[in-house]
Design a protein around this ligand. Structure first.
Ligand code: C2E
Ligand code: MG
Length: 268
């Protein structure tokens, strides 16, 4: 007592209070159509404006939210907030995907379907523009349960993305099994493109397959124009990464969209 407690990361009480105190906020990172340079969508990414430690990234607190189960209410808040922003952009005449990350614990929570349904109905956001992003491991933990949960969610009209995807034989079968709409190629995998011809040929096969299965491929974590050129060469449709834009708060995305509409010269 008397001295401030040390906070190696968010303590349980901190995290529970943070939602109440509205210290969480979302930033949005654009995805870009690599062929047209058009705006393809945004991914919502959570941040915590900590009263004493400044703005924290998910790596500082997401594991603790997951372990304690607080990810369920915080994830619900993220869904509601992203849908509300998505609906506001849609009302302004922009039509693009809004992706929200879903953790393993959220996905296995029995009320998750209701959380998604409520976020959609309260915001009146077009369900076909909401993309739920899952890590591969979240889906593969229990194949039967996953299939059932995804089927019920799909009835709402939402779409599914697999995050941090590393192409490989078995992984492709899972995409088919779970009727995945979008695969996001992992940033670390993208980083190997310049040095590995295997990586390029894996992208090549994935894109070929995606074209016959109506699967969209997004390359995440594009940091330089060499990576962009290689991906375009393999006909990857959509990219995301610091080369195009870092994540920004919703108001900054509004400004970004206005500028975008000006230089692309067409409605988005
Ligand atoms: P993710 O879904 O793979 O998100 C991409 C991460 O890569 C983001 O980090 C983003 O800022 C970063 N990134 C994007 N482009 C680049 C790039 O070109 N270079 C580099 N070095 N990094 C890039 P962030 O925001 O720190 O998020 C980390 C992870 O936290 C996310 O990984 C996601 O798994 C998780 N997360 C974020 N928001 C939420 C949320 O609302 N709910 C849940 N359950 N998880 C979330
Ligand atoms: Mg993601």
């Amino acid at each position: 007592m008397g001295t401030e407690p040390k906070e190696p990361s968010g303590s349980r009480d901190d995290l529970a209070a943070a939602l109440e105190a509205q210290q969480f906020f979302l930033v949005y990172q654009p995805t870009i159509d690599l062929e047209t340079n058009g705006f393809a969508g945004v991914e919502a990414l959570i941040r915590w404006r900590h009263p004493s430690r400044g703005v924290l990234s998910p790596e500082d607190f997401i594991d603790e939210l997951e372990e304690s189960g607080d990810i369920v209410p915080v994830g619900r808040w993220a869904l509601e907030t992203a849908c509300a922003h998505g609906a506001a952009w849609h009302d302004k005449g922009y039509r693009f995907n809004v992706s929200v990350n879903v953790s393993p614990r959220q996905f296995s929570f029995t009320g998750f379907h209701d959380d998604v349904a409520n976020a959609l109905s309260e915001s009146r956001f077009d369900a076909t523009l909401l993309v739920l992003e899952f890590a591969q491991g979240t889906l593969t933990a229990d194949h039967d349960a996953t299939r059932g949960r995804l089927a019920r969610l799909r009835e709402l009209g939402v779409r599914f993305a697999v995050d941090d995807f590393e192409p490989g034989e078995s992984a492709l079968d899972e995409l088919e099994e779970f009727s995945i709409d979008i695969v996001k190629l992992d940033r670390e995998f993208i980083a190997t493109l310049a040095t590995s011809s295997d990586a390029a040929s894996l992208v090549h096969s994935l894109v070929q397959l995606s074209e016959s299965r109506h699967l969209q491929v997004i390359a995440a974590g594009i940091e330089d124009s060499d990576q962009r050129a290689r991906l375009q060469n393999e006909r990857v449709q959509v990219g995301q990464g610091y080369l195009f834009s870092k994540p920004h708060e919703a108001e900054d995305i509004d400004r970004y969209l206005e500028d975008f509409a000006i230089f692309s010269g067409k409605p988005l």
